[in-house]
Design a protein around this ligand. Structure first.
Ligand SMILES: Nc1nc2c(ncn2[C@@H]2O[C@H](COP(=O)(O)OP(=O)(O)O)[C@@H](O)[C@H]2O)c(=O)[nH]1
Ligand SMILES: [Mg+2]
Length: 352
């Protein structure tokens, strides 16, 4: 007897395969819809797994003796088949347990907020979520992230102001986006910097503006901001850089807020590093509410292995993520905060 497993898109296709390989008398032992393994297949269509068995061609029995020997052989083979199936079932439940503790450990190491962790473990314990599979857990996080991402190109305003602590990568991110908007999306881009505080800060942005042949306005007061906006009125996209501010310095935050006041059609983007520890992250997100922000942008994903900040940031801020940056190279190292990209980070290292 031959037992074989087939993957097909439906029963029709499976039957064709089975008839072709095992012959017309093959019998179907089991069939179920499964998803192929691996993160990439998490949200793809299921396939039909069909197990079929067929009698090996045996010629024609010629006497009663040989008929009973044949029956004996068949019973033996059937017994083997049953114990094989039992064995498989045992193996798969041991596998399920191993997977469930592995995935819990994976998320425990992520420096996730306690509330998020508790909610996740509650989900893991619920009887209706057993056995815990990659699909179920993927579905859980997909649901969690649903409200945490946005296509800022579609939903945001014409002017994007980048605010956030020092050194997180605001200027570099602006250079990346300016290049993408100007070169790839063929937009008329204008740059504004209010960062006249740090030596070399203006030059840093000026270099990119020159390479891209786009205007750069340097602004230190509200009046200058209003004038700069008038000069850039024909731009489809204006990116505003600012001095990094310690989120605990209330007056500095207020100053920046005032500087941005003359721009009504503006989305504020709070930029933070993915490597920020969660206590600090919580504080930054809270203090920057003083200025107000519409989106959050996570930088330096290449500098950490701990991607919990992806979930923490939306939990603490209640605002959608718009981009992720993944290195120092302009303009390549930036990604949309799409569901696929976020899940890929959250599950990175999970052995599916
Ligand atoms: N590894 C890594 N470095 C980055 C990333 N974005 C920016 N940087 C670096 O971080 C440093 C500070 O960046 P900058 O744009 O000047 O930060 P700003 O003070 O917020 O304007 C520079 O050395 C950048 O090259 C990133 O996504 N990954
Ligand atoms: Mg800067």
């Amino acid at each position: 007897m031959t037992i074989k497993r087939y993957l097909a898109k439906d029963m029709n296709e499976a039957m064709t395969l089975i008839r072709y390989e095992l012959g017309r008398d093959a019998v179907i032992i089991s069939s179920r819809w499964i998803r192929k393994k691996g993160i990439k297949n998490l949200f793809k269509k299921k396939v039909l797994e069909v197990t079929a068995a067929a009698q090996a061609p045996s010629g024609y029995p010629s006497s009663a003796g040989s008929r009973s020997r044949e029956l004996e052989k068949e019973v033996r083979e059937l017994k083997e088949m049953v114990s094989l199936l039992m064995e498989e079932k045992k193996k798969s439940s041991a596998g399920e347990e191993r997977f469930s503790s592995m995935i819990k450990q994976h998320f425990e190491r992520m420096d996730l907020d306690d509330d998020i962790m508790k909610d996740f473990f509650r989900f893991c314990r619920k009887p209706e979520n057993q056995p815990l599979t990659l699909q179920r857990i993927g579905g859980y996080f997909k649901n969690r992230l649903k409200g945490s991402l946005a296509d800022i190109e579609k939903t945001g305003e014409r002017v994007w102001a980048f605010i956030g602590p020092t050194g997180v990568g605001k200027t570099t991110t602006i250079a990346k986006l300016a290049a993408l908007e100007a070169l790839k999306n063929r937009k008329k881009v204008g740059l504004v910097t209010t960062d006249t505080f740090r030596i070399g800060a203006v030059e840093q942005l000026k270099t990119y503006a020159d390479i891209l042949h786009i205007p750069l306005e340097v602004v230190t007061t509200e009046e200058e901001m209003a004038k700069a906006m008038k000069r850039l009125k024909d731009c489809d996209r204006i990116l505003i850089d600012s001095t990094g501010r310690n989120s605990r310095a209330k007056e500095q935050l207020q100053e920046l807020k005032n500087l941005l006041r003359p721009i009504p059609d503006r989305s504020n983007i709070l930029v933070v590093s993915a490597a920020t520890r969660r206590m600090d992250l919580e504080l930054i997100l809270k203090n920057y509410k003083e200025i107000g922000y519409d989106y959050v942008l996570l930088t330096k994903l290449d500098e950490t292995q701990c991607y919990g900040s992806i979930l923490n940031i939306s939990y603490y801020s209640g605002k959608p993520l718009c981009y992720l940056t993944t290195g120092q190279i302009v303009p390549e190292d930036i990604k949309n905060a799409s569901m696929e990209n976020l899940l890929e980070y959250l599950f990175m290292g999970v052995d599916a």
